[in-house]
Design a protein around this ligand. Structure first.
Ligand SMILES: Nc1nc2c(ncn2[C@@H]2O[C@H](COP(=O)(O)OP(=O)(O)O)[C@@H](O)[C@H]2O)c(=O)[nH]1
Ligand SMILES: [Mg+2]
Length: 222
């Protein structure tokens, strides 16, 4: 009888190169998630109330490049686009996975607003490349809920997860920085082709389209 061992994924052995962009509010755990994915202490995590990540930066281990970002949501649209351009350059030709990092319990109206603003600034198709990463997973135990019940209760969260085709992963980042093969496997399943989630050309196209729509709206009003 033939026995197949299930592949255990590591940054060196993932089937396709991954360029992962981490997005989310301050102190959501973005840098910690980056470290978990790469399996080392590459990005500094904050322990105080302030975020320690001031500028976007990239680190490559094996076939995986992770772009860690500060909270990009306080930037105005122009600065935001410049920063997105920089993020794309850091993982040229652009990310093929975008991880939206959010702690369990903190999903609010505001966060939903940020998610939709992000999607609107780029393209609604961007969610095809997105996965939600829930950090602080052990909060679920305290709440006495499973991730399924947690997601299904607030309909706003359910919609956000649904728009990412129900791709999510729960982590609790307390035990050092060893990578989790399950997460890498889930991410690998997303990256079956070489499409980027957003390239410089696409970003320019989105900007042109937004400008065009804004001008059209203005002319309709007048
Ligand atoms: N217990 C626990 N702490 C976490 C988790 N994720 C992040 N943290 C902590 O939350 C703080 C902020 O994390 P950081 O990665 O710097 O957040 P960032 O601002 O989004 O990059 C750090 O002290 C992390 O150790 C988690 O899943 N569980
Ligand atoms: Mg950080």
């Amino acid at each position: 009888m033939l026995m197949y061992r299930k592949a255990v994924f590591s940054p060196d052995s993932v089937p396709h190169p991954m360029r992962i962009l981490l997005i989310g509010p301050s102190r959501a755990g973005k840098s910690a998630v980056g470290n978990i994915i790469l399996g080392g202490n590459y990005f500094t995590c904050g322990s105080g109330s302030e975020t320690v990540t001031k500028v976007s930066m990239a680190k490559t281990v094996g076939k995986i490049t992770v772009v860690d970002t500060p909270n990009l949501f306080f930037l105005n649209e122009l600065s935001w686009r410049h920063e997105m351009e920089r993020c794309i350059e850091l993982c040229d030709p652009g990310p093929n996975v975008i991880l939206w990092v959010t702690p369990i319990c903190k999903f609010s109206e505001q966060q939903q607003g940020l998610f939709h603003a992000f999607r609107k600034r780029l393209d609604s198709e961007i969610t095809k490349h997105m996965m939600i990463i829930f950090t602080n997973g052990r909060e679920l135990k305290k709440l006495g809920q499973t991730i399924n019940t947690f997601i299904s209760k607030p309909s706003k969260l359910c919609k956000v997860v649904g728009s990412c085709q129900d791709r999510y992963h729960v982590l609790d980042i307390t035990n050092g920085h060893s990578y989790t093969p399950e997460l890498l496997e889930n991410l690998s399943n997303m990256v079956k082709t070489e499409y980027t989630a957003i390239s410089k050309r696409q970003l320019k196209r989105c900007t042109r389209r937004k400008k065009f729509l804004r001008r059209r709206q203005k002319s309709i009003k007048h």
